[in-house]
Design a protein around this ligand. Structure first.
Ligand SMILES: N[C@@H](CCC(=O)N[C@@H](CS)C(=O)NCC(=O)O)C(=O)O
Length: 237
């Protein structure tokens, strides 16, 4: 059986990590049996990030690589019924969510003092002194450097959120009036979109990113729809 390593639910979301939400949705979509092992330290994973899985004695990291593994190893087609153009759109929007919008989310949670002061004790409060003081400082410094390396972090605050808002509008326009990205049934891209959108919309962080997301009624309804379908045990938001 597949073991999924990830932190426990947080912020009213299925997970504090949008990539853990994404992967758990994919696992639920696959219908494969899996069990969750609580893992709060990304460094323990094979790529130094969460989520990761263990299957048949092998450890594998990265939600996208794990999706690929499930497709190859178990013959799951997360995009059944879609043509090449739609599959390509799915990849493009997955990348938009995972590789761009995510970084605006990181900025809002980790670099804004108001929200950093909320997440710091949650993520690091259980560490013994002096790690409780040192580790969050190092982690924040590393994420600031990662944002700079990505490029988004080189912009001023207003531009970061304007770029995030552009992503959100693109997703809202892409989704339109459909229940899921490609119609009545969720596909792979829905897992990625929901991971990031839930982290932005459902978590109690009043940020310009969240405010931009809340202007799109279809995104709010989409998050509720995905939550009811994949995480029915979580209380509705
Ligand atoms: N491409 C990876 C991204 C995973 C990721 O960035 N996870 C974050 C948590 S949301 C993490 O573990 N960060 C720890 C670090 O960068 O050191 C995936 O799709 O799984």
């Amino acid at each position: 059986m597949i073991t999924l390593y990830q932190p426990p639910p947080q912020f009213g979301c299925a997970n504090p990590s949008p990539f853990c939400i994404k992967l758990e949705v994919l696992l639920k979509m696959s219908g494969l049996p899996y069990t969750v092992r609580i893992e709060g330290n990304p460094a323990n994973g094979p790529t130094g990030k969460i989520p990761y899985i263990e299957d048949e004695g092998h450890f594998l990291g990265d939600s996208g690589r794990i999706q690929h593994y499930l497709e190859q190893h178990y013959g799951i087609d997360f995009n059944a019924g879609l043509g090449p153009r739609e599959r390509a759109e799915g990849v493009a929007f997955t990348r938009l969510a995972d590789e761009h919008l995510y970084w605006a989310l990181v900025y809002s949670r980790w670099l804004e003092d108001e929200h950093w002061n909320v997440i710091k004790p949650i993520f690091f409060g259980d560490l013994p002194f002096p790690l409780r003081v040192i580790v969050p400082r190092v982690a924040r410094k590393r994420l600031r450097a990662a944002l700079h390396g990505h490029g988004l972090g080189r912009h001023d605050r207003d531009t970061v959120y304007a770029l995030g808002a552009e992503d959100l509008k693109a997703i809202a326009d892409f989704l339109g009036k459909r229940d899921f990205a490609f119609g009545a049934e969720p596909k792979a891209v829905d897992a990625a979109l929901y991971g990031q959108l839930s982290a932005i919309i459902d978590a109690p962080f009043d940020t310009p990113l969240q405010r931009a997301a809340l202007t799109h009624d279809n995104l709010v309804a989409y998050c509720k729809r995905m939550r009811a379908r994949f995480f029915p045990d979580l209380p509705p938001v």
